[in-house]
Design a protein around this ligand. Structure first.
Ligand SMILES: [Zn+2]
Length: 478
């Protein structure tokens, strides 16, 4: 395991590397013309060959061809070869900046208090988001939705919006729940607010509205039978207060009963697939009627399994990070997991990992079948990784999630719309997620056809954010 001081030095280093580069970005507005390649604009229509895209400042000003989009004099021109693919930047509609991708951000699952004190970890999460901003862009993700975290996650929105070295951020702020996990709240800051009664729920919504949240998140774990009536009506009160303030409702509900309550309450976004049973006609017609977006978040539980197996030395930790986007501190935390084997917390963790894996496999089969049913019913689907949870890293985790959705039977062309336009809609944005005149210039360039197989997104060569084009190598781990 790296010593704490090593990790700290590396983080300081990456932070200062970012700061020195920041100053040269504030150039005057300029025009950039992209010519050639193949364009998939995120709306699901046919691919356009040999397109021209004109970008001025932060915005796309023309999408067409050399005739319909004349290149202004003096514009910088970039020729793409005919093997290049141009797509909107990817959108991860389910992330948490309050989590690290390892157990130190989630001590409720495994706690190492003397090695990684939670309050210190959270102080770093709050002050050093640049490492994740970079990892997202480096992985082709130009917008993320933080669907639940500490109040400071709301501050990232403004910091990132016009920052060509950060993805757009939408944020929900603290979650409202009947079951807040004590280990994941700090003494003076909370990311889970207790839904003790209807008025507490309404007060939480008023707080979120005043502090500029983009949505209201309800963490709706399965409720015991004798409490259902009371808790359901509290959730309805939250939904009512949110609607009155024009704030969309986001719900974490993995059980069918609670998910239906959420749909009745008018949920805009379900950030997890249902996994305790198969969704039925009532669920599907409710979701259709309410216009709910469904985020299957297929792989997050598998990340926990891999990290548990790593500390227990059942399997080696692996980093699925093809373009070296993950920061050095996070990389070392993941790879040195087996060194904690003899730690009392790991010794005390005596789950039968084989049985755990079998349970996850059974749940996974239901998640895949539910995704198939939701898709067939025509309900909009967005891509979300739940990044920040142990084993699900900010940035490159998007590739495995895309591949899992493809393996579940979704065609690449539809999947790419889910991972771009639909994610933007989940965030409440119409000006990102597609390549169209007037939209923010968030574009990725890939050197292999992603419509053949979404795994080709791993071959990303460039990312443009707010009109600024970066080579992936520039964004990679220093
Ligand atoms: Zn989540």
């Amino acid at each position: 395991m790296p010593s704490r001081s090593t990790v700290f030095l590396l983080l300081v280093f990456s932070f200062s590397a970012f700061s020195t580069k920041g100053s040269q970005e504030s150039e005057t507005e300029r025009t950039l013309v992209l010519d050639g390649g193949n364009l998939f604009d995120g709306r699901g229509g046919p691919v356009q060959t040999d397109p021209r895209i004109v970008v001025t400042g932060e915005a796309i000003v023309c999408v067409g061809n050399a005739e319909s989009c004349p290149a202004p004099d003096g514009a910088r021109r970039i020729e793409l070869d005919n093997g290049s693919w141009i797509l909107p930047g990817l959108v991860d509609a389910h992330v948490h900046f309050g989590q690290t991708g390892w157990f130190d951000g989630r001590p409720s699952s495994l706690d190492f208090p003397e090695l990684f004190p939670y309050e210190q970890t959270m102080a770093r999460q709050k002050s050093q988001p640049e490492r994740y901003f970079r990892a997202y862009l480096c992985s082709g993700v130009t917008a993320v939705f933080d669907t639940g975290g500490y109040p400071w996650s709301l501050d990232f929105k403004a910091a990132a919006e016009h920052n060509p070295r950060a993805p757009h951020v939408a944020a929900a702020g603290p979650r409202i729940t009947h079951a807040p996990p004590a280990a994941l709240n700090l003494s003076a800051e909370q990311q889970y607010l207790l839904l003790s009664d209807e008025e507490a729920g309404r007060a939480a919504v008023r707080f979120m509205a005043a502090f500029g949240a983009d949505a209201i998140k309800v963490w709706f774990l399965r409720v015991r039978e004798q409490e259902r009536e009371a808790i359901d009506s509290r959730v309805a009160a939250v939904a009512d207060e949110a609607a009155a303030r024009g704030l969309p409702l986001i719900v974490h509900a993995t059980s069918l009963r609670e998910a239906k309550v959420a749909l009745h309450a008018g949920a805009h976004l379900l950030v997890h697939g249902v996994d305790d049973q198969l969704v039925d006609e009532e669920f599907l017609s409710l979701a259709r009627e309410k216009g709910t977006i469904y985020t299957p978040t297929l792989l997050v539980s598998d990340g926990y399994r891999r990290m548990f197996e790593a500390v227990k030395r059942v399997s080696k930790p692996e980093l699925d990070d093809p373009n070296r986007c993950v920061d050095e501190g996070t990389r070392q935390m993941i790879l040195s997991s087996p060194e904690l084997y003899n730690h009392p917390s790991v010794r005390a963790f005596d789950q039968d990992l084989k049985a755990y894996r079998e349970r996850l496999d059974a749940v996974y089969v239901r998640k895949v079948e539910n995704l198939r049913r939701v898709h067939e019913a025509g309900i909009p689907i967005a891509l979300g990784t739940d990044a920040g949870n142990p084993g699900t890293l900010h940035g490159p985790s998007i590739y495995a999630e895309l591949e899992a959705m493809q393996a579940a039977g979704i065609e690449p062309a539809e999947l790419l719309v889910m991972a771009t336009r639909n994610g933007a809609r989940a965030m409440g944005r119409e000006d990102i997620g597609t390549i169209a005149a007037g939209n923010v210039a968030d574009i990725i360039i890939v050197s292999k056809n992603p419509l053949e197989d979404v795994k080709h997104l791993r071959h990303i060569s460039h990312v443009m954010r707010a009109g600024k084009l970066h080579r992936i190598e520039e964004l990679a781990r220093p």
